[in-house]
Design a protein around this ligand. Structure first.
Ligand code: K1U
Ligand code: ZN
Length: 167
């Protein structure tokens, strides 16, 4: 297993649109394992392949308290969404920044797992938020894109300064 590097906002690679996975290979299983190790080590409750510079439609999530319930979503599609809920979000690509975002309260997602078996789940609360947040990454969208232009500009300049200082 390997720890992967997580891209940080405003890295332009976070804006790439991911392509569908077309083959369920041992390499895909290995990538999902590496992504899981990276997410648990961060620590986080979700990770999209885009964040580790792999532009394929792959998302992993684990919102369980014991960190023992990994949900793998390959080629995920939201097939139903209802209601509205506001939740405080964070992102491993924007370390240390949290803000409130409004999303659908309940979603039904259909996807394959890393071995090609189909999964369909209707979920709410943090899991619903996470699925929407991670699927946004696959189309190059980040939670900060829901914030006001002023907040986003301040955050981007703070992040660039931090990255300059880090060398
Ligand atoms: O970067 C990511 O996409 C993962 C992100 C997922 C997420 C969290 C909260 C709301 C929406 C989406 C994170 O995991 S941020 C870190 C975090 O929330 C967390 C870290 C440690 C323990 C519990 C949560
Ligand atoms: Zn994120």
């Amino acid at each position: 297993m390997a720890l992967l590097t997580i891209l940080e906002y405003p890295d332009p690679r976070l804006k790439k649109v991911a392509s569908p996975v077309t083959a369920f290979t041992p390499e895909l299983v290995r990538l999902v394992r590496d992504m899981a190790q990276t997410m648990y080590a961060a620590p986080g409750v979700g990770l999209a392949a885009t964040q580790v510079d792999v532009h394929k439609r792959i998302v992993i999530i684990d919102t369980s308290e014991a960190h023992d319930d990994l949900l793998v979503l390959v080629n995920p599609e939201i097939i139903a969404a209802e209601g509205e809920a506001e939740c405080e979000e964070g992102c491993l690509s924007v370390p240390g920044y949290y803000d409130r975002v409004t999303r659908a309260a309940r979603v039904t997602v259909r996807a394959a797992n890393e071995r090609g078996a189909m999964v369909e789940r209707t979920v709410e609360d943090l899991l619903a938020v996470c699925i929407q947040h991670e699927m946004d990454h696959l189309v190059g969208k980040m939670f900060v894109d829901y914030l006001s232009p002023l907040k986003r500009a301040r955050l981007a300049s703070k992040q660039r300064k931090k990255q300059r200082l880090a060398g």
